[in-house]
Design a protein around this ligand. Structure first.
Ligand SMILES: [Mg+2]
Length: 395
């Protein structure tokens, strides 16, 4: 079956409250939604979240590469089995130019195709694991992590509500001011549970310590260790990975995020051995198939990894994350399914927001296992037509 049409949309959904980290403060998301329509009318949706401070993509440049590079290649295909589609995307190379890797564009198309062909050939997206011959592990009960916005005050009742809700793994954002008040407060609120190992804490600097004296970084890492923090994410800018060698021993493990977008980034990190763990994200890493392959590289080389998410992803990427966890359950932590906790409205009919218990529930239906709420989608989505595109429509 051939694809009949591929449409691209730019989706802007406002947040209920703003979310801040060292690289950005945002109260609206700007995502790329791809719609694949097959010859028999079967429809699939995919999503990518282009962020300049992650892959270097802007919504405009990601749309351009999607329309000029990825879609024309895809439109020529004619898949007979779900596995054909998986294999084609598995061989589809990343598109890199001038330091930008167009992985969110690639992800958006890949998820839409897997959704459409999954529905057509009656396979859930998690069937990708079988096609890629990924060893199925014993399923484990997995929970979502909770991520605090930068500088948000956390009082005791809020900490206890989140604990009571079912969250056990918490991530804090810091910036170059090195203010640890959130973590100090949180540690005080849940000290007994942290000491017992029932609650884990980790910190993400989003590259903000680039100009901070290395001695101060080391002091902070020792302070954080005393507060029960077990992982520290992306202290320095992408390109400054060599500085991490200085933090390799004697300090809490470092996890890379913005430094790891392309497959080559991951291979370099393994070759040069400057960190302990990776933060993989389906949009940043070019789709579920490529993220699974990167995870395989990590695991084979004894690196731990977590499955992260993008701020502002909708139910489409949340569903992809659930399929990922259904295929492999060895992620240290899993982030995602923020849905309407952050967005004013989500575009899926199914409620993909985490629920009481914070458990990650597998999706069994064919494709991604979601349906788009057309009314909500139309409210927030702008179709990128060739007319807009050719008239240098700038997003
Ligand atoms: Mg991060």
């Amino acid at each position: 079956m051939k694809p009949a049409k591929v449409e691209v949309y730019y989706l802007e959904v406002p947040f209920k409250k703003s979310f801040e980290h060292a690289s950005s403060k945002r109260d609206i998301t700007g995502n790329l939604i791809t719609k694949v329509i097959l010859k028999d009318g079967t429809v699939g949706y995919g999503e990518g979240v282009p962020r300049e401070y992650v892959t270097g993509e802007t919504p405009d440049s990601a749309t351009r590469i999607l329309k000029k590079h990825f879609i024309p290649k895809f439109e020529k295909q004619d898949f007979t089995y779900f596995g054909d589609c998986v294999e084609w995307f598995s061989n589809l190379k990343e598109y890199k130019k001038q330091g930008v890797v167009y992985n969110s564009a690639k992800c958006s198309l890949e998820l839409a195709a897997l959704d459409a062909y999954g529905k057509l050939f009656e396979r859930p997206v998690s069937y990708v694991g079988k096609v890629l011959e990924i060893k199925k592990e014993q399923p484990q009960d997995k929970h979502y992590s909770y991520i605090f916005s930068l500088n948000k005050k956390i009082n005791k009742s809020y900490a206890l509500i989140l604990y009571g809700y079912g969250f056990r793994d918490f991530k804090f954002k810091i910036n170059e001011s090195l203010d640890l008040f959130q973590i100090v407060d949180f540690n005080r609120h849940l000290r007994r549970r942290i000491t017992k190992g029932n609650v884990t804490l980790r910190v993400d600097a989003n590259e903000s310590l680039e100009d901070v004296n290395i001695r101060d970084v080391k002091t902070i890492l020792l302070d954080l260790e005393k507060l029960g923090v077990t992982y520290f994410e992306q202290p320095f800018k992408k390109g400054s990975e060599k500085k991490l060698k200085d933090l390799k021993y004697d300090f809490i493990p470092i996890m890379l995020d913005e430094s790891l977008c392309s497959v080559d980034d991951v291979k370099r990190a393994i070759d040069e051995d400057y960190v302990d763990a990776f933060n993989l994200r389906i949009s940043k890493n070019g789709g579920i198939i490529q993220t699974l392959k990167i995870r395989q590289l990590a695991v084979e080389n004894n690196y731990d990894y977590q499955l992260g998410c993008m701020v502002g992803e909708t139910g489409i990427l949340s569903a992809a994350g659930r399929h990922f966890v259904n295929i492999v359950s060895d992620a240290l932590f899993v982030e995602g399914s923020y849905g309407t906790h952050l967005l004013q409205e989500d575009i899926t009919q199914q409620n993909m927001t985490f629920r009481f218990g914070a458990k990650i529930k597998p999706l069994q239906e064919d494709g991604l296992g979601i349906d788009i709420d057309e009314e909500v989608f139309e409210k927030y989505a702008l179709k990128i037509t060739d007319f807009y595109y050719k008239n240098s429509f700038k997003l």
